[in-house]
Design a protein around this ligand. Structure first.
Ligand code: BDR
Ligand code: CA
Length: 318
């Protein structure tokens, strides 16, 4: 059984990822941390509560994360996810309250309580994880693994020409986390762009009656409109569900081990860099003392999408 803490900024694809995980019999969602990113942290937390309520996970605590990136102003993406982060369809607030502790405090507390047992699924800028790491430098040994949806290596970014949202929205945090020595799998934009939900796939979910499918479909409007415009055909990319599916079944991807640097200055601030040279000369590159992470390099997106579909249409009522 996989015991998971999710750090997330719901957000449409985050919502789908949570609903997917909620339907996995072998996954225990231990807690959720809300991150800034798609929306401010308070909105992300309110949405996380709503999504958990939809599938009856109203025991799962939600802690609010740090409101701003470590060293830059907050930037959010309501134009992608809707004014309320859920396509304008968030609905009434959950009757539940968020936890008293912060997302970073929650993560540290849980990791200390259950050393080596917890997997962290990071679906948002890494501010909360960097702060947790500062509170508990031993965090890389206390967590079983981190799976991070973020970065872009050989494809253009989606926030700037070079940088993906979850690294661009807190480059310093990404840099701290990626070099900290976690057992870490990165699912970059290069892979998640293959998680394309086309019109007929989306319709099969829209036609389903399960509460998860109904809620997931209901929040799509702004998100699908934006992706459909950009791609010239109806559909959307399900970044975070792909990372969740890979966390549940790592055999859905193949991996390469690399040292990753995050660009902290200039035009490409927030870009993730790896050294892919076949032939190295000694004129710089990534310093060798950095720890390596595993980067998803190929993915069986068709199987992953099939699993997301099945999870959403068969989930139980809350
Ligand atoms: C990532 O950024 C957010 O917009 C999505 O939720 C996803 O986590 C994709 O770059
Ligand atoms: Ca996200």
């Amino acid at each position: 059984r996989l015991s998971v803490v999710i750090d997330t900024d719901p957000g449409v694809d985050d919502t789908w990822a949570i609903l997917f995980l909620a339907a996995q019999p072998d996954v225990e969602i231990v807690a959720v941390g809300a991150a800034h990113g798609n929306v401010p942290t308070a909105v992300a937390a309110a949405n996380a509560l709503r999504v958990l309520d939809v599938v009856g996970l109203d025991q799962v605590p939600v802690a609010v994360g740090h409101p701003v990136p470590l060293q830059q102003p907050l930037r959010t993406a309501e134009f992608v996810h809707g004014a309320d982060g859920l396509g304008g369809r968030a609905g009434p607030p959950s009757p539940r309250r968020v936890s008293a502790e912060s997302a970073a405090e929650q993560l540290v507390r849980l990791a200390r309580q259950r050393p080596g047992e917890l997997t962290l699924l990071a679906l948002a800028p890494l501010t909360n994880i960097a702060l947790a790491l500062r509170m508990e430098p031993n965090l890389p040994r206390l967590l079983r693994r981190v799976v991070f949806m973020g970065g872009a290596f050989h494809v253009p970014g989606n926030v700037t020409a070079w940088a993906e949202a979850n690294s661009a929205h807190d480059p310093e945090a990404a840099e701290e986390v990626l070099r900290a020595g976690f057992d870490l799998i990165m699912v970059p934009l290069d892979m998640t762009e293959h998680a394309w939900a086309d019109a007929s796939w989306l319709k099969r979910i829209a036609d389903a009656t399960a509460p998860a499918a109904r809620f997931a479909s209901s929040v799509l409007e702004t998100y699908v409109a934006l992706y459909s415009d950009a791609h010239g055909t109806v559909g959307c990319v399900l970044h975070d569900p792909l990372a969740a599916a890979i966390m549940v079944d790592e055999s859905l991807a193949t991996y390469k081990e690399r040292q990753v640097m995050v660009e902290l200055a200039g035009h490409a601030r927030g870009a993730t860099l790896i050294d892919e040279r076949k032939f190295r000369v000694d004129h710089g590159g990534i310093p060798d003392q950095r720890t390596t992470v595993r980067i998803a390099a190929t993915v069986d997106a068709a199987t992953a999408m099939d699993r997301v579909h099945r999870a959403l249409i068969t989930s139980e009522a809350g």
